[in-house]
Design a protein around this ligand. Structure first.
Ligand code: ZN
Length: 629
């Protein structure tokens, strides 16, 4: 069934009475309300009321409230409290004492028991990303981690939220997967109150308010929404067709779907990209003109393929990250880093399945999927940091390395997404080899779901090793140790050969070469990532030990001339190819306003670019699970 639906916003005229919680044991009541104070100034106004008086909890002398420092799924301290301002109580007898950048103690002037208190604060929301909060003239968006103070020690109490009518001209529409409170629990002056069983649930349902398109459709008996901020003429029918195939693939893989209703919420922007998974929804950020408009040809563009892969990736997390998760990520400490070496299992496996599912559902062809592999393996092979850091270390150090990359990262760290996906590919092939093609990674995912997702039992660091041994009697200790605990390269050529693919490595032919078939490949090594920035060829990063590094080039250098000829990115490659091996060529650069001339030694190009050939199409198609090329 296909239909459009908009939730009416709550019309709200007075501070709500505290909403009783229906349970045999009366819990402390924590109620928030939020409204846009000014879209032009990007301000939310938040009030919260905490009532211990009607609960079975003993009223404390004081409590601490705090705003999270990070949001689950994005492993970096972001200090959301930097945007929280003007924290005040509306009651004279309440004392607020700041304890740290993100935490406050709430007590009474007379040191009496704290029976009830209310707070009001402002949140500055001007970060257009999937991770925090943002308001413009079209819409307001927030994650709970950016706007809702946590009452520490009372996270397990029921939390309620009311969204007040905007005080300015924003459209009164809401898109969110937040569960609505029962009718009898809502005061008569409003239509809807949201209610969650605990704080962690409250912050895992982002909210979009204002102007947006909402397209609703049904897959295998489950309701899905595609929401785009603003107003556009996107081809929703096409997206429904393609997303339905992906959704069916994922539900069939895991066996069931855990959400009552699911929302793909996209923040449409001029230029941008991002995705973050949530319990019953995902928030995406995507460039407006990279999405399919009504009337455009049905041929899949690279940009639309990436959008579908993003949707596929985030939806996969509904099972694998939101429900199957490391032990420490169940109700994690949101006020400091939470370290786990397991992110390769989560982001790596999900990255493997996101585009594999596009091929299995025939949204992309087998040849297009080979190009996906070309690009993933090329990224890995150009990353010399893979020889220094294992994916377990990369996962553990994500907080201050993967999430804080700079020009030197390529030489020192490996991506647990990129190598994790290639490990998933190798693991899948290895399982098939060792089980006479009876066991694949699909079976592992199904067991993870049964044993850890449905049961809410956190995964251990050895979960994959243990599961393969106990369920399939396959010992992967050697493979998993080398693949995940060491920086040794994976046995890709032999594994790909067993599914009918031949791994060829060649040199790149230009700066944008991501892998795959190419003509006129480069003869000589550059060994640096360069790009045109403000019409100047600029060094973005330098690979250690390679030609640019030996010449003395640094990140940030601007190339003025190569071999005395002014050059851009295309001409640089052409001029280099005109050289002879062992030539020493002058290269003029600008570095921080100084003109320097370096000597560039011409050496043979390195084969760091992947170009896979299908050498046995029957084997490859059998592995892919499709019937023709
Ligand atoms: Zn992910």
């Amino acid at each position: 069934m296909i239909y459009f639906r908009h939730d009416p916003i709550i019309y709200f005229f007075m501070i709500p009475s505290i909403i009783p919680v229906a349970s045999t044991r009366q819990q402390t009541n924590i109620a928030y309300q939020i409204s846009v104070l000014s879209s032009q100034e990007h301000l939310f106004e938040v009030t919260m009321q905490v009532d211990f008086s009607k609960s079975d909890d003993i009223a404390p002398a004081s409590v601490n409230v705090a705003l999270p420092a990070w949001i689950p799924g994005s492993y970096m301290i972001r200090d959301f409290s930097k945007n929280l301002h003007s924290l005040k109580s509306q009651q004279d007898h309440i004392v607020i004492k700041q304890l740290s950048k993100q935490e406050w103690e709430i007590s009474t002037k007379d040191d009496q028991a704290l029976k009830q208190f209310s707070l009001r604060y402002i949140v500055y929301a001007n970060d257009l990303s999937v991770r925090s909060a943002f308001i413009n003239d079209e819409y307001a968006f927030f994650n709970g981690t950016s706007v809702f103070l946590c009452v520490k020690g009372y996270e397990s109490s029921a939390h309620t939220l009311r969204i007040r009518q905007q005080k300015d001209s924003l459209s009164p529409l809401i898109a969110t997967s937040l569960p609505k409170a029962d009718r009898q629990e809502t005061p008569p002056n409003s239509d809807t109150v949201y209610k969650t069983t605990d704080y962690f649930t409250l912050i895992d349902h982002p909210v979009l308010m204002g102007q947006f398109d909402d397209y609703c459709f049904n897959v295998m008996g489950h309701q899905f929404h595609i929401v785009f901020s603003g107003q556009h003429n996107f081809d929703f029918m096409r997206m429904e067709r393609d997303l339905s195939a992906i959704i069916e693939h994922h539900i069939t893989l895991f066996g069931d779907f855990p959400c009552p209703e699911y929302w793909f919420i996209t923040l449409v922007c001029d230029q941008g990209f991002g995705g973050l998974e949530h319990t019953d929804s995902t928030v995406l950020q995507y460039s407006r003109f990279d999405l399919p408009f009504v009337g455009e040809p049905d041929k899949i563009s690279k940009e639309y393929q990436h959008f579908l892969a993003l949707c596929s990736h985030e939806l996969f997390h509904t099972w694998h990250v939101k429900r199957i998760k490391p032990l420490l990520m169940h109700q994690p400490n949101l006020f400091e880093e939470v370290y786990t070496p397991q992110l390769w299992i989560y982001e790596g496996f999900t990255s493997f399945y996101d585009e594999l599912s596009l091929a299995r559902t025939k949204i992309i062809s087998p040849a297009q999927y080979v190009q996906v592999l070309n690009e993933a393996i090329t990224r890995l092979m150009r990353n010399s940091g893979r020889h220094k850091q294992s994916v377990s270390e990369s996962s553990f150090e994500a907080w201050n390395k993967f999430y804080k990359q700079d020009a030197g990262s390529i030489n020192h760290i490996v991506s647990y997404y990129n190598k994790g996906a290639v490990i998933a590919l190798c693991l899948d092939i290895t399982l098939r080899q060792q089980s006479n093609n009876n066991v694949s990674l699909d079976n592992v995912m199904k067991y993870l779901w049964e044993q850890h997702g449905k049961t809410h039992i956190g995964t251990s660091d050895t979960v994959i090793l243990d599961l393969c041994k106990s369920e399939f009697n396959i010992d992967l200790s050697s493979f998993l140790y080398l693949a995940t605990q060491t920086p040794i390269d994976l046995p890709l050529p032999t594994l790909l050969h067993s599914i009918g693919l031949k791994l060829n490595m060649r040199s790149p032919n230009h700066f944008q070469d991501k892998g795959g078939p190419a003509e006129n490949i480069a003869k000589y090594d550059i060994g640096a990532i360069m790009a045109m920035v403000n019409n100047q060829l600029t060094v973005m990063s330098v690979h250690e030990g390679r030609a640019s590094c030996i010449a003395g080039l640094c990140e940030g250098d601007t190339i003025v001339a190569f071999n005395k000829w002014q050059c851009d990115d295309v001409r640089f490659c052409k001029l280099l190819n005109l050289c002879k091996i062992d030539d020493i060529v002058p290269i003029d650069i600008l570095r921080d306003g100084r003109l320097l001339t370096l000597n560039f030694s011409v050496v043979r190009a390195l084969p760091d670019t992947c170009d896979i050939a299908i050498e046995n199409s029957a084997l490859f198609l059998q592995w892919l699970g499709v019937d023709q090329l």
